[in-house]
Design a binder for this molecule. Structure first.
Ligand code: NAG
Ligand code: NAG
Ligand code: NAG
Ligand code: NAG
Length: 467
C-alpha cells in the first residue's frame, strides 16, 4: 500500500507538477467571487457546514479518508467509495484515482464535470473534502444526541464528505445530483431546453390521470421509521402504488413498473420527454432521493410526491401545496384523496404546477447549481484548520486531466457531456497537459489499482444502514 502510494506520488507529481506547460490559453473572463442563493437553500448549507463547531476540520479527519480501510470494513467503508478532492490556488485536484470497476456511474462523473465547471466560473478557495457517489451516501456518518457527529472508525470524527442525498442523522454536506442534472439525454438540463415545447401542450389537454414509472427499490425507512399522520408505518410507495393501480386504474396509471398484467413482464417505458402529457405525476423515492423529482418539477404538471426521510440540497426551499402535493403523508391511500382534490380544484392544481416549474427554472438551472457548489465550498473552506497541500497526498492530479481521461476511456466516454466544459474551458486550461498527452499514464494508473480490495459491491452500504 505505502509503496504503491509512494510510487504514484512520484510519478504523478513528476508528470503533472514539473512538466513544461505548453498550452497557450485564450483570454477568458475573470472568475466570479460572489453569487446569491435562495435563502432557504443557503440556510441549510450554512447549518450543515457548522457541524464541526469551533474545532473545525483538522487534517486528521481528512487523513482518515486516505488511510487504508480496516480489513474488517473493507467492503463497506466509505473510504473505498469516495472521490477525494483538493483545491489549491483555484485548481481542483483529485487525490485518489477510482478503480475502473466502479467506473461509469454518472453520480460520480456528473459531479466531477460540474465541479470543474464551477472552478472555471468561480474563484474557489483552498479546501479538501471527499465526494461520496453511491446512494445512501454517508450511511456511516451519524449525529449524536449531544450534538456531535462521528463515523464509526475511531479515533477520527466526521470527515468532510459531500453527497447528493441524505437523512437528518447523516453528517454529509449536500450537493446537487449533478449526474442526473446534466449527463443523460433526459437530464434536467435537456428537459429545461424543452420547456417551450412542453408548454405547447395546454393544461386543459393534459390527461387527468396520475402517472408514475419506477423501478421497485424500497428505501430502508418504509415499513419502518417513516410514520404517517394516522400513526402507521408507511408502506413502500413503489410497491404499494403498484398494487393500488389494479383497483383504481381509472385515475392511476402509476405502478406498472416491474410487472405488467398483459405482458407479465416489465412495464413499457414512457420517456420523460412525454410525461408532461399527464396532468398529475407521481414521484416516489428509491434507495435515496429520486432524481426524477427534479425533472418532474419542470414538466408543468402537478406533482404528487410520496414523503420520505431523505432529502436533497434544495428541498427546504420547497413547500407542500405551493410546489407539490404530499402523499403517503396522512394515510397510505391519501393519493386517491389528492387526485380527487386536484380534479375538483383544477385552477389551484395548475397554479402549483406553474410554481414548481418556476422554482426549478430559477433555482436548479446550471448556473444556480454552480453558485451553490461555489458557496458550499467557500463555507467549507472557512472550517479548514490546516494548509492544504498536494505534497501530503499520495496522488494529486488536476481535475481537468481526469476529465479528459474520462472523456476518452471506453467505460466512461459516453456517460456525460464532457465537451460542454472541455470545449469551453478544458483543452487550453493551463493546469492541464496538451490534449490527451496524460491519457496513457492515467489509464495505467486507474487500471493498476487492485479492484477487489478497493471497491466493494455497489450496494453494500445499504445492508449496514438497515441494521
Ligand atoms: C437551520 O438550523 C436552525 C437552528 O437549528 C433551524 O431552526 C433551521 O430550521 C435550520 N434550517 C434548515 C433549512 O435546515
Ligand atoms: C496561483 O494562481 C495564479 C493564477 O491562477 C498564478 O498566477 C500564481 O502563480 C499561483 N500561485 C501559486 C503559488 O501557485
Ligand atoms: C384491491 O381490491 C381488493 C378487492 O377489493 C382488496 O382485497 C385489496 O386489498 C385492494 N388492494 C389495494 C392496494 O387497495
Ligand atoms: C403491458 O404490456 C403490453 C404488452 O407489451 C403493453 O401493450 C402495455 O402497454 C403494457 N402496459 C403498461 C401499463 O405498461
Amino acid at each position: 500500500m505505502r509503496v504503491l502510494s509512494a510510487a504514484l506520488f512520484g510519478v504523478v507529481l513528476l508528470i503533472f507538477l514539473s512538466s513544461p506547460r505548453h498550452i497557450t490559453a485564450d483570454w477568458r473572463p475573470r472568475k466570479l467571487a460572489t453569487c446569491d442563493l435562495h435563502p432557504k437553500i443557503e440556510e441549510l448549507m450554512l447549518n450543515e457546514t457548522k457541524v464541526w463547531g469551533s474545532k473545525g476540520i483538522t487534517e486528521d479527519l481528512v487523513r482518515s479518508l486516505h488511510d487504508p480501510c480496516p480489513t474488517s470494513e473493507v467492503r463497506i467503508h466509505a473510504c473505498v467509495k469516495s472521490q477525494r478532492i483538493l483545491i489549491k490556488n483555484g485548481t481542483v485536484y483529485v487525490t485518489n484515482l477510482m478503480p475502473v470497476n466502479g467506473f461509469g456511474a454518472i453520480e460520480l462523473i456528473g459531479f466531477l464535470v460540474e465541479l470543474y465547471e464551477t472552478s472555471q466560473v468561480y474563484q474557489l478557495p483552498d479546501v479538501e473534502f471527499s465526494y461520496w457517489h453511491d446512494d445512501n451516501a454517508p450511511a456511516e456518518s451519524v449525529g449524536h444526541p449531544d450534538g456531535t457527529w462521528s463515523w464509526p472508525y475511531p479515533p477520527h470524527g466526521l470527515p468532510p464528505m459531500l453527497a447528493w442525498s441524505k437523512a437528518k442523522q447523516h453528517g454529509a454536506l449536500l450537493v446537487p445530483y449533478s449526474g442526473a442534472f446534466r449527463c443523460p439525454h433526459d437530464s434536467f438540463d435537456a428537459l429545461l431546453n424543452e420547456v417551450q415545447r412542453m408548454s405547447e401542450t395546454p393544461w386543459e389537454s393534459k390527461l387527468a390521470m396520475a402517472f408514475g414509472r419506477w423501478n421497485i427499490f424500497c428505501a430502508w425507512y418504509y415499513n419502518g421509521p417513516h410514520r404517517m399522520e394516522d400513526g402507521s408505518a408507511s408502506p413502500c410507495p413503489r410497491q404499494y402504488y403498484n398494487d393500488l393501480y389494479y383497483n383504481h386504474s381509472d385515475v392511476l396509471l402509476t405502478a406498472g413498473l416491474t410487472r405488467n398484467l398483459t405482458s407479465g413482464g416489465v412495464a413499457t417505458p414512457v420517456s420523460l420527454h412525454e410525461q408532461h402529457n399527464f396532468k398529475y405525476l407521481v414521484s416516489t423515492d428509491g434507495w435515496s432521493i429520486s432524481s426524477k423529482f427534479d425533472k418532474y418539477l419542470l414538466l408543468g404538471s402537478l406533482i404528487l410526491k410520496a414523503e420520505g426521510l431523505t432529502y436533497g440540497f434544495y428541498y427546504p426551499a420547497l413547500e407542500p401545496y405551493k410546489h407539490y402535493v404530499p402523499i403517503m403523508q396522512k394515510h397510505k391511500n391519501d393519493i386517491l384523496d389528492m387526485i380527487e382534490w386536484a380534479k375538483t380544484h383544477d385552477a389551484e392544481a395548475q397554479r402549483i404546477a406553474k410554481a414548481a416549474r418556476r422554482f426549478a427554472m430559477r433555482h436548479l438551472n446550471r448556473q444556480a447549481r454552480l453558485c451553490y457548489i461555489f458557496r458550499l465550498i467557500t463555507e467549507l473552506s472557512k472550517q479548514m484548520k490546516y494548509e492544504v497541500s498536494c505534497s501530503r497526498r499520495p496522488v494529486c492530479v488536476p481535475l481537468v486531466e481526469e476529465l479528459k481521461f474520462l472523456s476518452k476511456y471506453h467505460l466512461t466516454t459516453t456517460k456525460c457531456r464532457y465537451e460542454e466544459v472541455l470545449g469551453q474551458y478544458g483543452w487550453d486550461d493551463p493546469d492541464g497537459l496538451p490534449e490527451f498527452s496524460g491519457y496513457e499514464e492515467l489509464k495505467k494508473r486507474h487500471e493498476d489499482i487492485p479492484q477487489h480490495i478497493l471497491f466493494g459491491p455497489r450496494r453494500a452500504s445499504k445492508a449496514k444502514l438497515r441494521r
